[in-house]
Design a protein around this ligand. Structure first.
Ligand SMILES: NC(=O)c1ccc[n+]([C@@H]2O[C@H](COP(=O)([O-])OP(=O)(O)OC[C@H]3O[C@@H](n4cnc5c(N)ncnc54)[C@H](O)[C@@H]3O)[C@@H](O)[C@H]2O)c1
Ligand SMILES: [Zn+2]
Ligand SMILES: [Zn+2]
Length: 352
C-alpha cells in the first residue's frame, strides 16, 4: 500500500533575493509522470545554497525558492513513467534534478552540461522541505542499510570532489593540494583522495580546521590566514619541493584561483570547482606556458559518478565529519557558513 502523504509540509522558503529563508508550511508537491516524490529525511547544506540565496551568480533562479540539493530520503509516490524506482526505495536528490536526456551532452553522459537541465534548490524547489520532487532518471539509489544522515552530503559535496579528483588525473602516490580543505567539499575531498591513494596537502584557515584536516589524514596543513609565503609553504610540503601534481580549488574566495599556478608542479592539473561571486581565474602566462600547466573547470558529476561516490561511502571509506541540526535552524547554518566557521558539513534533519 502506498504511504500516506500529507497535503502540507514544513519548508525553508527564500522569498526574496538575499533571504533570509522563512520557515513555514507550504503544500506538498505532486510528482509529474516522469518524477518521484521523496520524503526527505536529511539534507546537507552546501555553500551553493548560500550563493543562490544571495544571488551571487549570473544564472537566473526561481523565486520564491526552496533551496537544498543534498537530500536523502524515501520514495513515497511516483508518476506512471517513473521507471526503475519503486516506492520505499532510498534515494538521493542532487544538484542536477533533471536534464533533457536527448542532447549531445546527455547522450554522452555529460548531463551537467545540458542546456535543458533543472537544478535542485535553484531552478526547481530543492530539499529544504519534507517532500521534494526528483526526476526518476536522475535520483541516486542509496543502499537501505546505510543511514541517511551521513550520506546526504555525498550527493553534492561527495560527487563533486570525486569527479574533480578524476578530472585532476592525479595517480596513486601523487600529491593533491586541496584549497578550502576545511569546508564541506574539502573534508570530503580529503577522504576521497586518501581512498584513491593520493597524498594530500590541506589549505584553509584556523585551528579547528587544522585539527579536522590532521584527523582526516592530510600530510600537511597550511593556514592561509597565517602563512607568510603560501606558495613556498605548499612547495615545501611536497617531497621534492616541486609543488603539487594537482590542485583542487574549493575555496569561496578569489585569491587562490590566481595563485595555484605558482605551486602546481610542471605538468600539474588545476581543477577549479569553488564558485566565489564575481571571481576570475587569472594566471601568469610565462609560468603557465613554461610549466605546461593545465587549468580546467569541473562541475558536479554525472549519474555514474554519483553511484560510484555513494559506493565509496557505503564501503566505509568516507568519514567526513558532519553536525546535525533541525530544518528550522537553516538561517543559523548560513550565518556560520558566511563567516567561514564551519569545519565539515551541516546536515538538516526534517521534522517527523
Ligand atoms: N563546481 C561544482 O560542481 C560545485 C559543487 C558544489 C559546490 N561548489 C562550490 O564550491 C565552493 C565550496 O563549497 P562548500 O560547501 O565546501 O563551502 P564551505 O563554506 O563549506 O567551504 C569553503 C572553505 O573555503 C575556505 N576558504 C576561504 N578562503 C580561502 C582561501 N583563501 N584559501 C583557502 N581556503 C579558503 C573557507 O575557510 C571554507 O572552509 C562553493 O563556492 C560552492 O558553491 C561547486
Ligand atoms: Zn540534455
Ligand atoms: Zn552543492
Amino acid at each position: 500500500m502506498a504511504p500516506q502523504v500529507p497535503d502540507k509540509q514544513w519548508a525553508q522558503v527564500v522569498e526574496q533575493k538575499g533571504g533570509p529563508p522563512v520557515y513555514k508550511e507550504i503544500p506538498v508537491p505532486k510528482p509529474g509522470p516522469d518524477e518521484v516524490l521523496v520524503q526527505i529525511k536529511y539534507s546537507g547544506v552546501c555553500h551553493t545554497d548560500l550563493h543562490a540565496m544571495k544571488g551571487d551568480w549570473p544564472l537566473p533562479l526561481k523565486m520564491p525558492l526552496v533551496g537544498g540539493h543534498e537530500g536523502a530520503g524515501i520514495v513515497v509516490a511516483k508518476g506512471e513513467l517513473a521507471d526503475g524506482v519503486e516506492i520505499g526505495d532510498h534515494v538521493g536528490i542532487k544538484w542536477l534534478n533533471g536534464s533533457c536526456l536527448a542532447c549531445e551532452y546527455c547522450k554522452t553522459a555529460e548531463e551537467q552540461l545540458c542546456a535543458g537541465q533543472q537544478l535542485s534548490g535553484y531552478t526547481v524547489d530543492g530539499t529544504f522541505q519534507q517532500y521534494a520532487i526528483g526526476k526518476a532518471a536522475h535520483v541516486t539509489n542509496l543502499p537501505k542499510d546505510v543511514s541517511l544522515d551521513g550520506i546526504a552530503p555525498i550527493l553534492c559535496a561527495g560527487v563533486t570532489v570525486y569527479r574533480g579528483l578524476k578530472e585532476s588525473a592525479a595517480r596513486p602516490g601523487q600529491t593533491v593540494a586541496i584549497v578550502g580543505a576545511g569546508g564541506g567539499l574539502g573534508a570530503m575531498a580529503q577522504q576521497y583522495a586518501k581512498a584513491m591513494g593520493l597524498r594530500v596537502i590541506a589549505i584553509d584557515g584556523g585551528d579547528e580546521k587544522r585539527e579536522m584536516c590532521e584527523k582526516l589524514g592530510s600530510e600537511a596543513y597550511i593556514d592561509f590566514t597565517k602563512s607568510k609565503d603560501l606558495i613556498a609553504d605548499v612547495r615545501a610540503a611536497t617531497p621534492d619541493n616541486l609543488g603539487a601534481h594537482a590542485v583542487l580549488l574549493l575555496a569561496v574566495s578569489e585569491k587562490p584561483f590566481q595563485q595555484a599556478v605558482e605551486y602546481a608542479r610542471p605538468r600539474g592539473n588545476i581543477v577549479a570547482i569553488g564558485l566565489p561571486a564575481h571571481a576570475f581565474l587569472k594566471a601568469p602566462v610565462f609560468e603557465s606556458v613554461t610549466k605546461m600547466i593545465n587549468i580546467k573547470g569541473s562541475y558536479v558529476g554525472n549519474r555514474q559518478d554519483a553511484a560510484e561516490a555513494v559506493g565509496f561511502y557505503a564501503r566505509g571509506l568516507i568519514k567526513a565529519p558532519f553536525k546535525t541540526v533541525p530544518l528550522k535552524d537553516l538561517p543559523k547554518v548560513f550565518e556560520l557558513m558566511e563567516q567561514g566557521k564551519i569545519a565539515g558539513r551541516y546536515v538538516l534533519q526534517m521534522p517527523e
